[in-house]
Design a protein around this ligand. Structure first.
Ligand code: SF4
Ligand code: SF4
Length: 453
């Protein structure tokens, strides 16, 4: 397949991005003599529309110098298409858990891992972007990485101070990768300790949309980052003071640079406010969990939750839900035949989708529904959400007239398997009718009278 046909499936884009990332032999702490340890984790991916009015707002908010996707695209291609034919794919690369743990223990100067991963970022991400552009070109897709454009630079904004001609953070917000924070970062599903890049594609793909209308919705305003900052550059009332932050970074470069690390052309990043805080690994918990039927706006968050969970268990591979055609359109799929299937989500008070579960007819066994796509965000596990979701879906299965529930899972998902068994699901031999060929555990529960088969 070539051209837009290839891009009909979001998973294909994700695969091209992950392949380019996996090919980065430079993504390791070689400078620290640790070639085997990666600096950055696989990226989270979000998609914004090329004609999103948010880019017009950014021209007012940041400055006229801030590019729209069409302006960025036109810098590489003389014959630029209409903005409505463009999509901006934003990518958020999390710091590793090890780096965040080391950084948490620092209180004046960043740890070595932080210093090096930040310093190596620019060359690494330019290599990544070049490979990514080439991959899309090979698929017949015109693409532009703003990080590779010669005009990508820093300017002075009357409104926000030091600002880039293409704000990766604002693009990530538009692409549904999180919300801003008191400390001026972006809190993503994998936390605030992330760096961003993006690629603009000439391709009409479904867009993700913002996760929250409040641009600061995922920040709990807990103030932990205020206490972490050694120079009071963050205030609970006025937010982040870029000038004070930049002055401290200059001071660090001049006075605190460790002798054992070559300064080279590293860009320095303090980042003490991004570790040892409640948003370091995920958005902070906010309010009680509620359960409801799926809504259209849940689709991007759900697809990301499913893909991230599968990737974390080495299951982002063909033959799993990762590649299901309907994964990016679960609302449409689960509401198309309401007498056969449905989907429920668990959401917290900031609108973050932290879990979900579906039921569909399993027409290879009489009177049987299939429990599908039960996922709970890592930071919300072990709080009874999975159990509650299963209870909800069993009630729904009864309402739909099923008297048993079948499900397929994988032995890598040990906690889920234990949960199913504790709720009366009994394993069975691989049936001839299994759907996902990578799955290797098959369970069944009779629900009409709660007696197991
Ligand atoms: S530490 Fe608290 S206040 Fe600071 S950005 Fe994170 S959630 Fe917001
Ligand atoms: S990067 Fe460092 S100096 Fe800047 S706000 Fe965060 S903790 Fe403070």
């Amino acid at each position: 397949m070539t051209g837009n046909d290839t891009l009909n499936r979001r998973s294909v884009i994700e695969k091209l991005i992950h392949d380019a990332f996996d090919s980065l032999e430079e993504n390791c702490f070689a400078t620290l003599g640790q070639e085997e340890k990666p600096m950055w984790e696989k990226p989270l991916i979000g998609i914004a529309a090329g004609d999103d009015p948010y880019y017009d707002y950014l021209k007012e908010h940041i400055g006229a110098f801030h590019w729209t996707p069409a302006e960025a695209f036109a810098q590489k291609y003389a014959e630029a298409p209409a903005a409505s034919s463009l999509r901006v794919v934003s990518m958020a690369f999390p710091q590793t858990m090890e780096t965040k743990t080391m950084q948490r223990q620092s209180d004046v100067f960043p740890c070595d891992n932080w210093l090096v991963s930040r310093g190596e970022w620019e060359p690494l991400i330019r290599t990544f972007c070049r490979r990514l552009e080439r991959s899309f070109e090979e698929q017949g897709i015109r693409s532009v990485c703003p990080d590779l454009l010669p005009g990508m630079t820093w300017m002075r904004s009357d409104n926000v101070g030091h600002a880039s001609t293409w704000s990766q953070r604002h693009t990530a917000y538009a692409a549904g990768l999180g919300t801003f924070s008191l400390s001026d970062g972006l809190i993503t599903p994998k936390g605030i300790a992330v760096r961003f890049t993006s690629i603009i594609l000439e391709a009409v793909l479904p867009v993700d949309g913002k996760v929250c209308d409040d641009p600061y919705g995922w920040c709990s305003k807990c103030g932990a980052c205020v206490s972490r900052c050694p120079v009071n550059a963050i205030s609970s009332d006025t937010g982040h003071d870029k000038e004070v932050c930049a002055a401290y970074e200059d001071y660090c470069i001049e006075n605190l640079w460790p002798a054992h690390i070559e300064k080279g052309d590293y860009i320095f990043g303090c980042g003490l406010c991004q570790a040892g805080v409640p948003c370091a690994h995920h958005p902070p918990k906010q309010g009680a969990i509620s359960y409801r039927r799926i809504q259209p706006s849940d689709d991007p968050q759900l697809a990301r939750l499913v893909r991230t969970s599968l990737m974390d268990h080495e299951l982002g591979i063909p033959g799993t839900a990762y590649y299901d055609m309907q994964l990016d359109r679960l609302f449409e799929y689960y509401t198309a035949e309401p007498l056969k299937r449905n989907y429920f989500v668990a959401v917290n008070e900031s609108g973050r989708v932290v879990g979900g579960i579906g039921i569909d007819v399993f027409d290879r066994l009489e009177g049987c529904g299939e429990l599908q796509k039960l996922y709970v965000a890592d930071d919300y596990k072990r709080q009874g959400i999975g159990r509650n979701l299963i209870g909800i879906i069993e009630e729904e299965a009864r309402r739909l007239g099923y008297d048993k529930i079948y499900l397929e899972t994988h032995s890598n998902l040990k906690a889920a398997q234990k949960l199913y068994e504790s709720m009366g699901y009994r394993s069975m031999e691989r049936p001839e009718y299994s759907i996902h060929e990578t799955m290797n555990c098959f369970l069944l529960k009779k629900i009409s009278n709660e007696a197991n088969q």
